[in-house]
Design a protein around this ligand. Structure first.
Ligand code: AMP
Length: 485
């Protein structure tokens, strides 16, 4: 089944119910067919690439569904991207149409000509009762390419992960099953739809479950809390920083929710515990990536283990590339794994490994450990971020977790500083909420960690540089270090 088949099945049951914000399933369907008709008139054909470069808004959803109906390939584009990144993504994917909005359009005007359409205009087409809303003649197949999502590119040039209609079906089905998502649920999230977290989990999951998605344009903790307090809202999806902010603004009784999911970066165990105490709910942490959707997640029925990413999602397999009990690269296999990178056989070859028995694994670049005692996987860092100092391995995440426990520290990031004697030395950057003494912090760390793991210096920054998903951009921290030396 394609994702569209799943959506159609949900719509058949839920026609008059709300799907996304105040748009019903029936209206979303009719509106997206009207938009598909207009896009076809503008030359969009099966296999063509259409970029969606606009903030979360209903026009994005219409364009996405319309393009999928036509068998065109959707390229969601990070709204923070500017000239160099836009040129790379639009050029690499050879996009023919770009959907912008009043706020993103100015950034694209100077670029080589593409046919651009405003999301505002698409929204008017969707609401135009006089236009036709027939199904396009050919429905896509499961093996057809559906989306190309450029990876957030915290280092180097971003690559376009190609997900087929079958991949999207697998991701949506997995989250619906794993999290017992039903048509009685209303999800609130303020995750960008250009990222897999917002698109594949929040939007596709909702439309598969026949549920409702209250989709915010951007995250504001006070507004989020007010929305979560609505009677109909049952679920929240967020990145770890959102949970930190929700804890900061909570006053009075917490909202009544049945499920809160965290992902895209490691959730600090302290935040898990504080949230459980104050919101009365254990956050379900899961682990995912653009290239495979979601591979691991804590058990819905519990126990949810802080600092862990649980067990394989339904239908997924993982393997730690190391001796039993050791840390190694996490390999992922399953129906949601991307077929490869767009137009980049070399990057695709480098990202996959095929076993003797023919099983193809995606090399996640994340370092993981299987904790046999709790029967859960733990993500302990990224291969690229691993610091090797005097022959000893330092996993930045371990040091960051310890730093984050100390009073005054809001967030931290540990990177390797080139050193002639030891190869690299760990160095930390911290975001604080009160003055801290770097020496006292190093001393406190020394009580809990081996000496080679203790950051040689601890730099205080007003804010750690983060990308659109709230992930710390370690490359920028390394550049900062290089400038200081
Ligand atoms: P993206 O493709 O932008 O979604 O980034 C995927 C990367 O985010 C993964 O390869 C991990 O490094 C990181 N990530 C996602 N979820 C988690 C998690 N629960 N814990 C630690 N890292 C995570």
């Amino acid at each position: 089944m394609t994702l569209l088949d799943l959506f159609d099945a949900a719509r058949a049951e839920r026609g008059d119910a709300y799907a996304v914000n105040d748009v019903t399933y029936a209206a979303l369907h009719t509106g997206s067919l009207r938009v598909a008709q207009r896009l076809a008139e503008r030359g969009l054909r099966r296999g063509d690439r259409i970029a969606l470069y606009c903030e979360n808004r209903i026009g994005f959803v219409y364009a996405y569904l319309a393009a999928l109906r036509l068998g065109a390939i959707v390229v969601p584009v990070n709204v923070l991207y500017r000239a160099a990144e836009l040129e790379h993504v639009l050029g690499d994917a050879a996009v023919t149409i770009v959907v912008t909005s009043a706020s993103t359009h100015p950034h694209i005007e100077a670029l080589p000509a593409h046919q651009t359409l405003l999301a505002e205009e698409l929204e008017a087409w969707a609401n135009d009762d006089d236009s036709s809303s027939t199904l396009p003649p050919h429905a896509p197949n499961v093996e057809d390419d559906a989306v190309i999502i450029y990876t957030s590119g915290t280092t180097g040039r971003s690559k376009g992960a190609v997900l087929t209609h079958g991949n999207l079906t697998a991701i949506a089905s997995q989250v619906v099953v794993a999290w017992r998502w039903t048509s009685r649920d209303t999800l609130y999230a303020a995750l960008p739809l250009f990222h897999t977290h917002g698109l594949s989990a929040a939007l596709n999951g909702t439309l598969t479950a026949g549920a409702r998605f209250i989709c915010d344009e951007r995250f504001d903790a006070a507004r989020a809390l007010a929305t979560l307090r609505r009677d109909d809202v049952t679920m929240f999806f967020g990145v770890p920083t959102m949970y930190v902010r929700l804890l900061e603004v909570l006053d009075g009784p917490p909202p009544a929710l049945r499920l809160c999911v965290s992902g895209s970066a490691a959730l600090a165990p302290d935040v898990f515990t504080a949230f459980e105490t104050r919101f009365g709910l254990q956050i379900l942490e899961r682990y995912g990536a653009t290239e495979f959707g979601f591979a691991l997640g804590n058990r819905f029925g519990g126990p949810r283990v802080p600092g862990s990413v649980g067990v394989p999602m339904p239908g997924m397999r993982v393997r730690v590339d190391a001796a039993p009990g050791e840390i190694g690269e996490l390999l992922v296999n399953g129906p949601s794994v991307a077929r490869g990178y767009w137009n980049d056989a070399q990057a695709t070859a480098a990202a996959f490994v095929t076993d003797g028995d023919g099983m193809r694994w995606y090399k996640s670049g994340d370092l993981a450990l299987y904790d046999a005692e709790r029967d859960v996987y733990r993500i302990v860092g990224r291969l690229k971020e691993l610091i090797i100092t005097g022959g000893f391995n330092v996993y930045p995440l371990e040091v960051e977790n310890e730093l984050n426990r100390l009073p005054g520290i809001l967030a931290s990031a540990v990177v390797g500083l080139p050193d002639p004697a030891r190869g690299e030395l760990p160095v930390a950057f911290v975001e604080i909420d009160r003055p801290v003494d770097a020496e006292a912090l190093r001393f406190a760390l020394g009580e809990r960690l081996a000496s080679f793991k203790i950051p040689r210096t601890i730099h205080v920054l007003e804010a750690l540089p983060r990308n659109a998903m709230g992930k710390v951009e370690k490359q920028r921290l390394r550049e900062l270090l290089a400038q200081k030396l």
